[in-house]
Design a protein around this ligand. Structure first.
Ligand code: BGC
Length: 261
């Protein structure tokens, strides 16, 4: 059998079993778990590898391969990445190593794991998970999803379609807005929940003026503390915390994989 074909049969079998390995690449860790794409549930405990230095593409490929090995994985893999993705290429890398820019990361990870890999923007992955199984389930109107972490991830959703966006890079005081209103910016700047919440409110109002979402879903680890800051944001639209919290990236990366693609 040709080497390229070797992964195809198991891939089909994995789709029949509805399991895809989801991997989420972040600034401080890379984590993954097999996901039942019919239920959105993890089928095994997630495996997380901390990254101390800013990871290069080569280092990330090694970790992705280690995660696949940990689960003895031979089926399809979905990888979420914090940057603009066109096809299997990374176009931007605001918070990871600049060597990712222009890198065919999909191909690199496929080579490292010997599995079929689908690359997706991390916020688009989170939106897929939230719209199918989480806070946006069944909602057909216009949804803005923001993930507040090291950066700000964003996606627009409408009638089941998820469009990856880059609203974290909206210019603010000559820089990207995420430098002031992401969750890590709050910590770095030592802001109180109220001060940060008000700044986040100004940012959200700017987005609302252009996008007019009917529902805003806030994801990222900080969404677990929504009670502390939601009251200061005061959006026009209904605003809710994401349901998946930290697992949206893994689940959504797996959901982005389509049979036969
Ligand atoms: C990146 C986005 C990403 C977001 C959250 C931003 O810096 O440009 O692509 O979705 O961070 O990780």
């Amino acid at each position: 059998m040709e080497p390229g074909i070797a992964t195809e049969r198991p891939a089909r079998q994995f789709f029949l079993s509805m399991k895809v390995l989801g991997i989420d690449i972040g600034g401080s860790a890379i984590k993954g778990a097999p996901v039942n794409i019919k239920t959105g549930r993890l089928t095994a405990e997630r495996f997380r590898i901390e990254t101390t230095k800013v990871v290069t593409p080569a280092a990330a490929a090694k970790i992705v391969a280690e995660i696949a090995r940990h689960f003895k994985w031979r089926g399809p893999i979905g990888v979420g990445f914090p940057g603009v993705i066109h096809g299997s290429h990374v176009l931007t890398s605001a918070n990871l190593h600049p060597r990712f820019i222009g890198c065919d990361a999909g191909k690199l990870f496929a080579k490292a794991t010997r599995c079929r890999v689908t690359l997706t923007n991390d916020a688009a992955a989170a939106a897929l998970a939230e719209m199918r199984f989480g806070a946006g389930r069944g909602f057909q109107g216009k949804v803005l999803l923001l993930t507040l972490g090291t950066g700000i991830g964003s996606s627009l959703c409408y009638h089941g379609t998820v469009v990856p966006c880059e609203f974290g890079h909206l210019p603010l005081r000559g820089k990207s807005a995420e430098r002031f209103v992401s969750s890590s910016a709050r910590k770095r700047r030592g802001l109180s929940w109220a001060d940060w919440g008000h700044e986040l409110g100004d940012y959200v109002h700017t987005l609302e003026r252009m996008l007019w979402p009917e529902l805003i879903i806030i994801g990222g680890g900080v969404s677990a503390k929504s009670r502390k800051f939601f009251k200061f944001v005061k959006p026009r639209a209904r605003m809710v915390p994401a349901k998946f919290l930290n697992e949206a990236g893994i689940v959504g990366a797996a959901l982005a994989v389509q049979p036969g693609r």
